[in-house]
Design a protein around this ligand. Structure first.
Ligand code: ZN
Length: 177
């Protein structure tokens, strides 16, 4: 295989299989982010993440409905997915970045990254595929993600960068248990 980037998503079925995986992982990660915000007693941001998780699940279901028109989705092993530069699907928030003191601002920054990467992935496929059906669907999906990017940006205005020292903890958790 000499081509890279989105070559794995060139056929409609394969593209849709990637989209299902992307949305599924995004939904799972948003549930985790929501749990984390709940643990921080931030019900408001937790609710936003539950909404975004629901969006991803809804989108996944829509993709499956579209896929039904094209016959069964090809089964793709986890290591066979071809994302741009990340091993994980582009929309899955990078959890290595979580911190137990993570504020709503930081959680939202992760969500922004997640949505931006999802949008870029779909836009990239739309730009590179030679299959007009894939291009059409990918453009539609990219628009949907762009809407999520805007939504998260709006929330970030309500939760601006916290002051220096947000991660200072005078009483760090006991790591021995
Ligand atoms: Zn999204």
């Amino acid at each position: 295989m000499t081509t890279k980037v989105t070559s794995g998503a060139s056929g409609v079925g394969l593209f849709l299989a990637h989209a299902v995986e992307l949305e599924t992982e995004a939904a799972d990660r948003y549930e985790e982010l929501a749990d984390s915000m709940e643990a921080h007693n931030n019900a408001e941001v937790a609710a936003l993440f539950r909404d975004l998780a629901a969006c991803s699940r809804k989108h996944r279901d829509e993709v499956r409905t579209i896929a039904a028109e094209f016959g069964p989705l090809p089964s793709v092993a986890p290591w066979e997915f071809e994302w741009n530069a990340t091993a994980e699907s582009p929309e899955a928030a990078a959890f290595e970045n979580t911190h137990y003191l993570m504020t709503a601002h930081h959680a939202l920054r992760m969500a922004l990254q997640c949505e931006t990467q999802g949008c870029k992935y779909y836009a990239g496929v739309a730009a590179e595929t030679r299959d007009p059906r894939v291009a059409h669907l990918a453009r539609e999906f990219a628009d949907e993600e762009a809407g999520h990017v805007e939504l998260v940006k709006q929330w970030l205005r309500r939760y601006p960068t916290p002051p220096e020292g947000w991660d200072d903890d005078p009483d760090p958790p006991n790591v021995s248990d």
